[in-house]
Design a binder for this molecule. Sequence first.
Ligand SMILES: Cc1cc2nc3c(=O)[nH]c(=O)nc-3n(C[C@H](O)[C@H](O)[C@H](O)COP(=O)(O)OP(=O)(O)OC[C@H]3O[C@@H](n4cnc5c(N)ncnc54)[C@H](O)[C@@H]3O)c2cc1C
Ligand SMILES: NC(=O)C1=CN([C@@H]2O[C@H](COP(=O)(O)OP(=O)(O)OC[C@H]3O[C@@H](n4cnc5c(N)ncnc54)[C@H](OP(=O)(O)O)[C@@H]3O)[C@@H](O)[C@H]2O)C=CC1
Ligand SMILES: CC(C)=CCC[C@@H](C)[C@H]1CC[C@@]2(C)C3=C(CC[C@]12C)[C@@]1(C)CC[C@H](O)C(C)(C)[C@@H]1CC3
Length: 498
Amino acid sequence: MGFVENILINYRWVFVCLFLLPVSLFYNIWFYCRNLIVFKLSSAPTQHQKKLQFVQKQIIDWNNNGRVTKMCTARPGWQTMSFRRPLYKKHMTNIEVNLVDILEVDVQRRIVRVEPMVSMGQLTATLNPLGWTIPILPEIDDLTVGGLVMGTGIESSSHIYGLFQHICISYELVLCDGRIVKCSAENESDLYWSVPWSYGTLGILTAVEIKMIPAKQYIQLVYEPVFGIDNIVQKFSEASNNKQNEFVEVLIYSENEAVLMTGVQTDSLESDKLNSIGRWYKPWFFKYVQEKLKSNTITTEYIPLRAYYHRHTRSLFWELQDIIPFGNNLVFRILFGWLVPPKVSLLKLTQTKSTKKLYENNHIIQDMLVPVSQLKKSLQIFQDLVNVYPIWICPFILPYNPGMVHPKNQNQSELFVDIGLYGTPNVKTFNPRETTRNIERHVIDSDGFQMMYADTYMTREEFRMMFDHSLYDELRKKMNCEQAFPEVYDKVSKSARY
Ligand SMILES: Cc1cc2nc3c(=O)[nH]c(=O)nc-3n(C[C@H](O)[C@H](O)[C@H](O)COP(=O)(O)OP(=O)(O)OC[C@H]3O[C@@H](n4cnc5c(N)ncnc54)[C@H](O)[C@@H]3O)c2cc1C
Ligand SMILES: NC(=O)C1=CN([C@@H]2O[C@H](COP(=O)(O)OP(=O)(O)OC[C@H]3O[C@@H](n4cnc5c(N)ncnc54)[C@H](OP(=O)(O)O)[C@@H]3O)[C@@H](O)[C@H]2O)C=CC1
Ligand SMILES: CC(C)=CCC[C@@H](C)[C@H]1CC[C@@]2(C)C3=C(CC[C@]12C)[C@@]1(C)CC[C@H](O)C(C)(C)[C@@H]1CC3
């Protein structure tokens, strides 16, 4: 291993701290200024038609040129929040979708209309000061509306509102024949139900209408340490079924220790209990919450709304500790905390072959969605297979809707749980392929689903078993888009990404 490579692997923090953090800062400043100018000029809504027509023109040109290769968006793979980079972009027709603006905040209809590249950070920055928010706000700033619609999104309010697609009222798409359609539950409903999890394989998304709800200033958050797996599962289920809780999340720190967090929005505050966790010098959220295990008491705090939403951003859940091991050190936080986190996109861009291999062989990143009834069994299986902590568990209600993802063993909505495993496995038997396949098999047997932003080792048959393709297949035939876009599996499988 060469000297530079050795530094890049063993001392990734040197490169990240000295180079990536300052570059991320400039990148953020540039983007902030650009957004501000767009807003000041109020030009976003008028520009939308022009931008839409440009997308349409590219697709019409593709038709006129004989439909030679399939299409995907031109967003470079390193810019996305998915774990890997897409290989397919190299040999497909790349459609430019530079649609980055919030188009309209309609207070009367309680709807915000946005273009697909609008990010979560941008939405909270825009809506919260106006007294509004969207019901589900996936926590990492750079996640985009397009990616969350075409894949999926989940947050600690999902036990009430469902997944990200369930708060979307309509989608505007350009289809492979160049037609522009706006679909909703009432209009072109087959398309509307099929868009979520379709990964851009039915059309190019150009605008989305998302539900808004009033935002209050703070979240009143109750932390409750819970000990023993049965207790953890029971408390989690109770909290998720209690609709008084607007937010429910559990961080599990070991086989028998967890902290349950339940929250409601509020405008009033006991000022001695205010905790502005978003400030640069504050400890990483998951580390802070772990401290709650020390005293077996229930505590309450008030957290500013936006800081709550982005609570896992600064530490990228617990992934940043592997990259900057001293990132949660007080001195580092005071001096450089405001520079953290480095942009995920820049981390991806500057990955070397060796870091990639290191993550491939010694790391697991997976989110598994299973019915709550399978939670205990799943935790036990994951403990045996990977033994990774902390574990993120977040409940969500899955409505019985047509499309790729719906409850399989009952024809009504069902409470599910997202089990997030991120970290270095602590078992000798870990083998990236075999272990992940075992996990996947368990999820299929549990009538669950795997989130597709990370690696999947499923075969095409297993993938089709997990996700209901009946409406999707029918629609692709009807819209004659089988030659225009690949199947979902060919965009998310291991062989489609590097
Ligand atoms: C009425 C209105 C309409 C607007 N319309 C548009 C529009 O159409 N198009 C448009 O592009 N912009 C629009 N804006 C501008 C928009 O609000 C923001 O200025 C812009 O999106 C910059 O957001 P930011 O998240 O990058 O910046 P900042 O708020 O400065 O944040 C910088 C970074 O820190 C993160 N961050 C901030 N606070 C926290 C926290 N507490 N915890 C963790 N992380 C945090 C952010 O997510 C971001 O990554 C509008 C603003 C208003 C008020
Ligand atoms: N809390 C949460 O819920 C979290 C969710 N995630 C996951 O991250 C992913 C989102 O990351 P993000 O970087 O925003 O998205 P990506 O750029 O990774 O896009 C994800 C998929 O959506 C497709 N897509 C995006 N925009 C459009 C569009 N305008 N038209 C057609 N297809 C489109 C992409 O197609 P193409 O390949 O052609 O570009 C791609 O297949 C999701 O899969 C989400 O599940 C990750 C972390 C947390
Ligand atoms: C449903 C939920 C809550 C998902 C949370 C997912 C996060 C933990 C994921 C999203 C993007 C993600 C896969 C990422 C990474 C870690 C885990 C992340 C942050 C890192 C930073 C790990 C280090 C890698 O070298 C690399 C830089 C490629 C990735 C980038 C994406």
